[in-house]
Write a protein that binds this ligand. Structure first.
Ligand code: AMP
Length: 182
């Protein structure tokens, strides 16, 4: 059984497709019997991810710092609420509970979280696959920039290959499962 950590926006974004893809990804994950680790809020795509998994009867772990209880409106309906004292503790706890990571569309928080998970994979602090779900081309420019970092000699291709990039939720879950089996 896979526990997937989803990093995603505390906002819903400007296009309904972002919420649609979040629901689609969570439904595919639920179909496979996966459980969810996420940031513990009710707002934005985060809340949609949690509610979709809960509605499918999956186990949902929310990890949230006390300081964000009000801002992100803590989700009292999750299966397990892990309360922490800082953002650093939050990321460590999310990574600890998860087998794999997926970034859905999101803002600075999402980017920071997924890049930390990726650098930990790169440094072999953990061996957990990381994916970018490129819903509606949201990550196109970031992916172009990542190619630039390799061309300019700051990131090697092997590190870039650690990032699982898929636009389709089924294919994302297939690719993560494949890497988890390796
Ligand atoms: P955003 O993508 O900016 O909407 O944020 C998504 C989630 O990341 C929210 O739960 C933010 O509170 C969280 N977040 C933002 N910055 C950090 C950080 N430095 N460490 C951990 N989580 C963060």
């Amino acid at each position: 059984m896979v526990r997937v950590c989803v990093y995603c926006g505390s906002s819903p974004g400007n296009r309904p497709e972002y919420a649609d893809t979040t629901r689609a990804f969570c439904n595919v994950a639920a179909d496979r019997g996966w459980d969810l680790v996420y940031g513990g809020g009710t707002v934005g795509l985060m809340g949609i991810a949690a509610d979709t998994m809960l509605a499918r009867g999956r186990h949902v772990i929310g990890v949230i710092p006390h300081s964000l209880f009000d801002k992100e409106v803590v989700h009292r309906g999750v299966s397990e609420l892990v309360e922490v004292d800082s953002m650093h503790e939050r990321k460590a706890a999310m990574a600890h509970h998860a087998d794999a990571f997926v970034a859905l569309p999101g803002g600075l928080g999402t980017l920071e979280e997924v890049f930390e998970a990726l650098t930990w994979t790169q440094l072999r602090i953990h061996a957990k696959p990381c994916g970018l779900l490129n819903a509606s081309g949201y990550y196109d420019e970031l992916l172009a920039f990542l190619c630039h970092t390799a061309r300019e000699g700051f990131v090697n291709q092997a590190s870039l290959d650690l990032v699982v990039v898929e636009a389709d939720p089924e294919r994302m879950c297939d690719s993560l499962e494949e890497r988890l089996r390796l």
